[in-house]
Design a protein around this ligand. Structure first.
Ligand SMILES: CC[C@H](C)[C@H](NC(=O)[C@H](C)NC(=O)[C@@H](CCSC)NC[C@@H](N)Cc1ccccc1)C(=O)O
Length: 325
């Protein structure tokens, strides 16, 4: 089978939300290829925490079952997190269905999630080896549904300020132009991880950033966080760009024309359009870059990357496909 749902951006394309039906109740969740827990806002949380949110109420589902003694606790790179208990229920995403999917019921969520009323939880799409449920680790929706899919993959078609799609079980070739390039994924850390060690600015000469550098494809991260060698060389080509730590990173005059970035994905260059690298206005003439530097070991290619590239995640052979869209 297959499944297809809309992916709707919040303001400034900070996050993309997609409808998921759990025990007959539909919530918009943040599909996150950078984590592996499906957790939701639910009736156990205080009314203060759930104000403005759509919640899942397990008592209203005749297919819910509590997973006795199970709990979860997850932390994210931005310092946010959630924790709670666990049950199973029927989860449907655009027609792709899992009957006994682990659904994690938050009893505590960090303030950043409380303050984002469009986000009613996360649907993890990384590898099940980093799912946080204890004492028995649980599988992701994708892991559970894979064997029933026409093809063992899902795709992300995220668009700048426009509605895109997440699809399970098929690659819709009408959604991209040119050929799709497939590259190997190293899932030893539980992520859709690949080698990314070179780059070029505006079609210029390729430069090595850091030999052997790795990156992950993370639909749940807003920006594109690359080695500082990449970000520094990129913004050196933008008149007026500065690394302004008071704003939290590289900014530039909004009137600037941003060059395209070519970035190595598993040995093949992918292009991130300059127009997609203008993230948001921070004051009347200054804009904040969608490409920023990270000093962490892993580079994180988030929504800025996805706005220029249609991406397929193949769980059958652990590969990643990308194509311009
Ligand atoms: C601090 C926590 C570290 C990063 C690590 N956690 C992770 O790697 C988790 C699974 N993934 C994440 O923190 C990041 C990837 C970090 S690469 C190391 N992806 C998930 C993030 N986009 C989810 C999110 C969505 C919306 C708002 C906020 C957060 C751990 O538990 O050890």
């Amino acid at each position: 089978g297959t499944g297809s749902v809309t992916a709707t951006p919040e303001a400034n394309d900070v996050e993309y939300l997609a409808p998921v039906t759990i025990g007959g109740q539909t919530l918009n969740l943040d599909f996150d290829s950078g984590s592996s827990d499906l957790w939701v806002f639910n009736s156990q949380l205080s009314s203060k925490a759930t104000k403005g949110h759509t919640i899942y109420d397990p008592t209203q589902s005749n297919s819910f079952a509590l997973m006795q003694g199970a709990s979860f606790e997850i932390s994210y790179g931005d310092g946010s997190g959630a924790a709670g208990n666990v049950g199973t229920d029927t989860v449907d995403i655009g027609g792709a269905t899992v009957t006994a999917q682990a659904v994690e019921l938050a009893t505590a969520v960090s303030q950043s999630f409380v303050e984002d009323p469009n986000n009613n939880g996360l649907l993890g799409l990384a590898f099940s080896t980093i799912n946080t449920v204890q004492p028995q680790q649980q599988k992701t929706f994708f892991d559970n549904v894979m064997s029933s899919l026409a093809e063992p993959l899902f795709t992300a078609d995220l668009r700048a300020q426009a509605v895109g799609a997440y699809e399970f079980g098929q690659v819709d070739t009408s959604k991209f132009t040119g050929a799709m390039t497939w590259v190997p994924v190293n899932n030893t850390q539980g992520f859709w991880q690949f080698t990314s060690e070179s780059f070029a600015v505006d079609g210029g000469a390729a430069q090595t950033s850091t030999a052997g550098a790795q990156a992950i494809a993370d639909t749940g991260t807003t920006l594109m966080l690359a080695d500082s060698a990449v970000a520094t060389a990129y913004y050196a080509q933008v008149d007026g760009a500065v690394d302004d730590q008071t704003q939290g990173g590289f900014t530039f005059p909004c009137a600037a024309t941003l060059p395209d970035l070519q970035i190595d994905v598993g040995g093949t260059m992918a292009t991130v359009k300059g127009t997609d690298i203008n993230f948001a206005q921070v004051d009347d003439a200054t804009c904040f870059g969608g490409l920023q530097a990270t000093t962490a070991g892993l580079q994180i290619y988030g929504d800025i990357f996805f706005k220029s590239n249609f991406v397929a995640f193949n769980g059958g052979n652990n590969s990643l496909g990308f194509a311009q869209h």
